[in-house]
Structure formats: C-alpha cells, structure tokens
Write a new protein. Sequence first.
Length: 432
Amino acid sequence: MPVHTQNQPPRLAVHPDGFLVTEEGRPFFYLADTVWMAFANLTVDEWERYLAHRRLQGFNALQISILPVTHDTSMAPDNLDPFLAGPDGNWNFSAYNPAYFDKAERMVEMAVAQGFVPVLGVLWCSYVPGTRCSKGSPVASAMPFDAVEPYAAFAAERFRRFNPIFFISGDTRFESSEEAPYYMAALKTVRKACPAALITMHLHPQGDLPREFIDAVDFYMYQSGHGATTQHQPYTFAEKFAAYPVKRPVLNSEPPYEGHGRVGQRTRFNAFDIRKATWQSLLSGAKMGVAYGAHGVWSGHKRSKTFLNAHRSFEPFTWDEALQLDGAWDVGFAKWLFETYNLFETNPAAIVRNEDKEIRAAAAPDLSTVAVYSPYAFDIELDLDLRGYRCVLIDLTSRRIMTPEVQNGSPTRIGMHRFNADTLFVAVKPSI
C-alpha cells in the first residue's frame, strides 16, 4: 500500500557559502538522527513510532546504512540479512534478499512521507577486505570486488525515487589498499545512476579524504568521535575540513553519541557533551548542520539482542529508551536558534580574547551578526565594539533567554552569567 506524502522533503543543492539550499534557494539546516541499523533491527511498527517522535523534535534527515554494520551492532537470530546464503552458508553478494530490501524501501518511503531526507550509506567498511571492520565481523562480510558495482547500481536504483543523499563509505580511514578502489567504484556507479544526488563519504576520526575523493564528493562529513580525550575534535576537525583544497560544506556527521561510553573512561556522554560538540562544530566551520546519535537508537538495540562492542562503547539503552534522551531536544533547539538568527551567513571569527579554545565564535562578513558559544560560565572578552547591537544570552541547559551584561570598550566584556550552564551569546546589529 502506498504511503501518502504529508510533507515531502525538499530537493537540496550546495550553496557556495558552505551550506545546503532548497530548490527555492532557502538555506537548509541539516539536522540528522543516526539510525545506521534501522533496516535490519527495527520493525515497521517501531519505525512508525520512531519517525513521529523525531519529527516532533525538528529532525529533517536520517542517516541509515543500507547494509547492516556487521562488526559493531546489536545481533540476534531475528536480524534480517540483506543477502541470501550461498552453498557455503555465507552470504551470496549477488543474491539480494527481497524481504530485506522490500522492508528497507517501505521504511524510506515512510520517512519521506514525514518530511525526512534519507541519507543512505552504500558500503560500510565491514564490506571491504583488509579493514579492521571486515576482520572483526562475525559474518563473512567482505564483498568481492566484482560484486561492488552491481550492488551499488541495485541500491541506487532501488532508492532513487526518494531523492536521497548518499554517503559511499562508512567509518573508513583508508587503512586497506582495497578501500579506495571499492569506494570509487561504488561512487561512480551511484553518480551515474543518480546524477542529481548529493554524495559524500563517512570517515573514521582517523580518516582523511584522498584527493580523488575530495574532487568527487559534494560536501565533507567528518566524525569527531567518542574518545574521552579527543573532544577537541568537533572544532579542530571543522577547521581542518573547512581548509581542504576544494571548499565545500562541512558537517560533523558523528559527534559523541548521547549515552555512549567515553572511550577510555567509565562514564557516558550526556546532553551537555552533545550541546558542546554541536555548537563548537557549527561555529568552527561545520555550519551545514549537525548529526545526533543516541546510544541504542543507532543500533536498533533491544533487550533480546547482544551488542557486539559493549566492552568499548558500553551496553546500549534499548532503542525506545534512548529515543527519550534529552540531548535530541537540545540539537533541535540548536537548529531553531541557527535558523532564527540566520547564522548561515557567519564564519569562524578570531574575535575572542580568552585563551580557552573551547569558546568558539562566528560572525557575518560585515559583523552584523556575531555568535559566541561558551561551555562554562566565564567573563568573555571580544575584540569587537558592540555598541548599537541587540544582544541576547541563551542558557542552553534551560533554554532561558536573558539580557547579558555587556561592557563596551577595548576589549568588550560580556559579564559572567549567573547560571552553571553552557551558553550562546548572539549580537545582531540592526539594519539602518
């Protein structure tokens, strides 16, 4: 039965100033939830409940791997396989499982009917020989090279009518000599089948794009990751990818997942960590938008399933428990603020005098709009005279909006606020 479209997502294009726009030229803030394993691990009824909740929170894109992430997932006998078994009992990569792909197509159709842009992964690193992902997979997931182009053509044709964004690789760091030829074969196949689709690559935190892929993609995805000691990467990676030799929109497609273990410690990331990674990314060069992940949603986890990476990432919440975590509301609020103050026009600005690099600032080229994120309560000094500006300070924990104490001078001082919270300061100069 066809799904009746309620809110068809827009067709998107790249704007030269580093973000996406609709066909009408309106800026589009990409706010994606990460549901890599939805096709294999969620039922259609569960998917319907999931979509309703994320739509309520303001999400407009969904990052899904077309094939299961076999080395890092929640496993159970009822997991649906994308390929049928061959005579040896392993997957036959030329025999696509109709039940899997019929269900996947139905789920994408449901998402599009709710206004979500599908962002579909073609070839996770577990399908490429010689990668840590394929070596660590409990199933023989390494695909022979001669199966890559037929599979990529099949996947592109199957989902083309939904106008998806495609990310060709998943979690790659180009550690295997097989990766570049595999991904380029898939990329060229998808580009030929869907010439209007936006295409990118999903990288591991230790991954960089070879020049041939820099020239081939439409925007840059980076993963700032889940390490306890690497949470500077939301802003340092934004700066790195914004400085690539070909200027393209930049997106943090995998900040730390809420509820995920801080790798290297025995604690979990919380809503504050999500807000910090979000705003540090957005104001440091990754202004296309941001992705969010909840530990349990991305893997479609259930009590009946065994999570393969609990020793590193910790046992996930069930998908429906993780769906309720608070940080999803915070990233929805970030989208609202970014759109309300038209921060699409801003770029990273070296106007903060404080030595703390975690305080991030962006400004419009004519300095008509300025935004400053601070993760903690401090006086902030700016090399900018704010006389004549309308200034607000937003407590991002409570979402309270207050009038800040601003002392103009050389430098201008924004007085320390009275709340133990991270904040966004916005100053707008009225047009005359």
